[in-house]
Structure formats: structure tokens, C-alpha cells
Design a protein around this ligand. Structure first.
Ligand SMILES: Cc1ncc(COP(=O)(O)O)c(C=O)c1O
Length: 296
């Protein structure tokens, strides 16, 4: 373990006091953060029965809005959750929230849609009679620069990714318990976040981001089975293809991950975050030319 024993996450942001006074969108109303609430009968609170997207606003434009909407609408269709509005309606709600908060750039948004409020505290989806519930949290948010130089420390964990037949890992559902358990296990091991394997033992993803390695100038990531179909993951693959960087979606094991020249995570929040260690083994030499090129 490196001498830096402080805990870090891939979502470390600079402190911004303006976030103390933000307005939150709840079903069309804007409410100060301290008073923004959903019902204790809400399907999302009670069962994790909802879907969300993390998005970023740069210079007045939502990055990869269409891709985020594709994923949200596909996920909701798959679980018969009627969002109750179209993409333009969601864009209007985002614009309303951003304008009310005077936010234009370096903004992180969590857009959440749940099956709505239940009439009884039980599981059956038919008990969710009013809804959906839509919440938009927007914060001023700049990823901490320090993470780019020091990198993140990962530990492999016993918790594995799920099969599509249990809970498809492509669902960005409110229930993230599988990932939360993995993260807890990584913390127990003294790392920042978890590197999760697939049910066959191949390296798959982390608890909150997609995972890539670089070996001899080639960029490798998992086949895409068992992990979140990350918007940033796909953008990195496309970027490599467009710039003649060899990129492979394939099975590989920890053997190849430990011996990688570089490793990095992808996600909407941090774009690409370098990995410093996996299971206390230093990755590469600390030089990260391919990661730097992709990031640029
Ligand atoms: C488990 C997991 N992997 C990866 C990602 C990154 O996806 P994206 O690049 O679309 O932000 C997320 C984001 O929600 C996630 O929850």
C-alpha cells in the first residue's frame, strides 16, 4: 500500500459551498435541498425500484444526452416503468433545474425515476399507484485534480458481477447493493474501490466505473457482458478506433491486469481515472502515455 493512507473515491469533487443552497427538482417543483423529500412509500426508497442517470453539463450542453436517454428509456422499458414524459420533457426539466440554480458548466446531475408511491408497504409493482417519481439533483462539481496524478487503489473482492438472469448489470437501478457490497469489501481490504470479476473469474469492472488496461500499446476492456454499458466506456472504444489505437473487448484475467503497463477507469463523473494499484501491486511504472492520449 502506498504511504497515502487517506481514502479516495472515483467521485472525489472539489468542495463547493454553493451546493449547500441548491434547488432540487421533485416532480416538477423546485425545493431547497434541506426540504426536498420523497414519500417513505416511494418505490425507489422502499425497494430500489427505479432507474437513474448521472450526467454532466459543460458550457450549457448536456454531454452525450442522447446516449444517456437511450440507456434510461431502454432500462425503463425493460422493467415496464413508464417515465411519463419524452426526451424533450426530460431536457426541459433539466433546463428548468439548471436555470433555477444558475448552473452552466461543471455541473453533475443525478436524474432519478422511480415507479412512484405505493399504497401499501409491499413489493408488488401494482401497489405503486401514483407516479412515477422524478427527482433531479444538480451540484456544482469539479473532479479533484489530485486523483489524476496519484491514481486510484483497487482491490479485487469476493462479490462478483451478476448474470443477466438475476439482475442484469446493465440496469442503472436504484438498487446498487451488489456494487455497494463490493465497495465495502474493497474498503475492508484497505483499497479505495472494488475491482469486480465476472462469474467465470475474468476481470470485469469496478463497483462504480468501467475498467480498462493497456498492454504493449493495446487497450483492453471486458467483453461488455456483466458490466454497466457505460456511455464513457463506449466513447473510449470509439475514440481508440478513430485514432488507430488497438482496442479489444475480451476476456482477460488478473494475471494480465497486474502485469498491465497502465490501467484506468471510465465514468461520466471523472472521464478517465488512472489506477495506481490493484491488490497492492503497483500498475506499470507510473508513466501513462496511452491514458493521457485518450484523456486529451
Ligand atoms: C457500475 C457502473 N459502472 C460504470 C458506470 C459508468 O457509466 P457512464 O460512463 O455511463 O457514466 C456507472 C455509472 O453509473 C456504474 O454505476
Amino acid at each position: 500500500m502506498s504511504p497515502d493512507t487517506q481514502r479516495h473515491t472515483t467521485h472525489d469533487a472539489e468542495d463547493d459551498p454553493r451546493n449547500g443552497d441548491i434547488l432540487i427538482y421533485v416532480d416538477g417543483e423546485l425545493t431547497p435541498r434541506a426540504e426536498a423529500k420523497v414519500s417513505v412509500y416511494d418505490s425507489g426508497f422502499m425497494l430500489g425500484d427505479g432507474m437513474w442517470e448521472g450526467m454532466r453539463l459543460y458550457n450549457g450542453t448536456w454531454a452525450f444526452f442522447d446516449e444517456h436517454m437511450d440507456r434510461l428509456f431502454d432500462s425503463c422499458k425493460a422493467v415496464s416503468l413508464d417515465i411519463g414524459m419524452d426526451r424533450q420533457g426530460i431536457l426541459d426539466a433539466l433546463t428548468m433545474t439548471a436555470e433555477a440554480n444558475g448552473m452552466i458548466t461543471d455541473v453533475h446531475c443525478r436524474l432519478m425515476v422511480t415507479r412512484g408511491v405505493k399504497v401499501k408497504p409491499f413489493q408488488h409493482p401494482s401497489l405503486s399507484r401514483s407516479g412515477p417519481t422524478m427527482v433531479i439533483i444538480m451540484e456544482h462539481s469539479k473532479p479533484k485534480d489530485a486523483l489524476q496524478s496519484r491514481g486510484i487503489r483497487l482491490a479485487t473482492v469476493p462479490q462478483v458481477r451478476g448474470l443477466p438472469t438475476s439482475q442484469d448489470p446493465k440496469f442503472n437501478s436504484h438498487s446498487k447493493l451488489n456494487c455497494v457490497i463490493a465497495c465495502l469489501q474493497a474498503e475492508e481490504a484497505g483499497a479505495d474501490e472494488a475491482l469486480m470479476l465476472d462469474p467465470h473469474g475474468f476481470v470485469n469492472t469496478t463497483n462504480a466505473c468501467n475498467f480498462f488496461i493497456v498492454r504493449k500499446g493495446e487497450v483492453w476492456t471486458s467483453t461488455g457482458d456483466y458490466c454497466m454499458n457505460g456511455v464513457t466506456r463506449q466513447k473510449v472504444i470509439d475514440l481508440c478506433r478513430e485514432n488507430a489505437i488497438p482496442v479489444f473487448e475480451k476476456n482477460y484475467s488478473l494475471y494480465e491486469a497486474y502485469g498491465a503497463d497502465e490501467a484506468f477507469l471510465t465514468g461520466t463523473f471523472g472521464a478517465q481515472t488512472p489506477v495506481a494499484e490493484i491488490d497492492r501491486k503497483t500498475i506499470g511504472t507510473g508513466e501513462r502515455p496511452v491514458t493521457a492520449r485518450i484523456r486529451a
